[in-house]
Write a protein that binds this ligand. Structure first.
Ligand SMILES: C[S@@+](CC[C@H](N)C(=O)[O-])C[C@H]1O[C@@H](n2cnc3c(N)ncnc32)[C@H](O)[C@@H]1O
Length: 265
């Protein structure tokens, strides 16, 4: 059971992640905690990679670069709803369900935008996940809230071992797990290009740093999601997003539940 992201938010995150599948680059999650959302994203990419491998061998057709058509949104929604349930049930059925929704994305994906040095061969997409595995850092004054005194330094501590074991248990080989404070991450710790970023570090400084790291690597048509945008307990998240948007007018903001969805205009 994921106590950090609601089922409805999980549905939305997976829907947008699916939308980002045809975009060049890898997926990242900054603030993975127990790895519950990570498993779902990793499963999505695993299915996508295996179908892409088949399609690049010529078994399925791949359409030219273009605006992805998301007619499978409905099936994703169904998949994601079941995935949400699956999170509670240790993801038992999620792999199957993600599978269907990935089919369409493979067909919509572009060989051109996702090329390796060998023309026609696609780079398997990876999921890079990050956490201090020491819990939250200290709040700053931007995080001050009258809505509660939760989210103190050291809260939400899980060990890296716990997440490594979970990822392994699900047989996911496409996930890179990094233990670090976001501020300490270097170029080599991040993918060169990011198609999809889920920023879930709760606090002002953590979200600000996440956006600073993701922004220069974000692919055209890439998607950034920031959690807790309108969560009164965590006002720092919205502050960091709003500051980012003021400095980057090329981005537009959509808010769904507590998710801020940032895409280039
Ligand atoms: C809300 S939890 C993430 C939940 C997870 N995304 C999910 O969907 O289950 C926030 C996580 O971010 C991590 N975190 C917050 N700020 C961080 C920072 N500056 N550096 C590293 N990790 C950080 C915390 O340790 C915590 O595990």
């Amino acid at each position: 059971m994921n106590d950090q992201v609601t089922r409805e938010e999980t549905v939305e995150i997976l829907r947008l992640a699916e939308q980002a599948l045809p975009v060049a680059g890898d997926f990242v999650e900054l603030g993975c905690y127990r790895g519950d959302t990570s498993v779902l994203l990793g499963q999505l990419l695993r299915e996508y990679n295996s179908l892409s491998a088949i399609s690049s061998k010529g078994i399925a057709t791949v359409s030219p670069v273009g605006n992805p058509d998301f007619t499978c949104g409905k099936s994703v929604e169904k998949s994601a709803i079941s995935c949400g349930k699956a999170v509670e049930n240790n993801h038992k059925t999620c792999g199957n369900l993600v599978d269907k929704s990935v089919h369409k994305s493979v067909q919509n994906s572009s060989l051109e935008t996702n090329q390796t040095s060998q023309p026609g061969l696609k780079q398997p997409k990876k999921l890079w996940i990050y956490d201090s595995f020491a819990g939250l850092p200290e709040k700053t004054r931007e995080d001050a809230s009258g809505a509660g005194a939760n989210f103190q330094a050291g809260e939400l501590l899980v060990t890296k071992r716990e997440v490594v074991d979970k990822i392994r248990k699900h047989g996911l080989k496409n996930v890179i797990i990094k233990k670090a404070w976001f501020d300490d991450l270097n170029d080599k710790d991040l993918p060169a290009r990011i198609a999809f970023a889920f920023c879930d570090g709760d606090l002002y400084g953590s979200i600000k740093t996440s956006l600073r790291l993701v922004y220069p690597r974000l692919a055209e048509q890439g998607i950034i999601i920031v959690h807790d945008y309108n969560n009164p307990e965590l006002p720092g998240s919205a502050r960091a997003v709003d500051e980012f948007l003021r400095a980057r007018p090329e981005f537009k903001l959509q808010v769904r539940r507590t998710l801020a969805i940032l895409t280039k205009r």
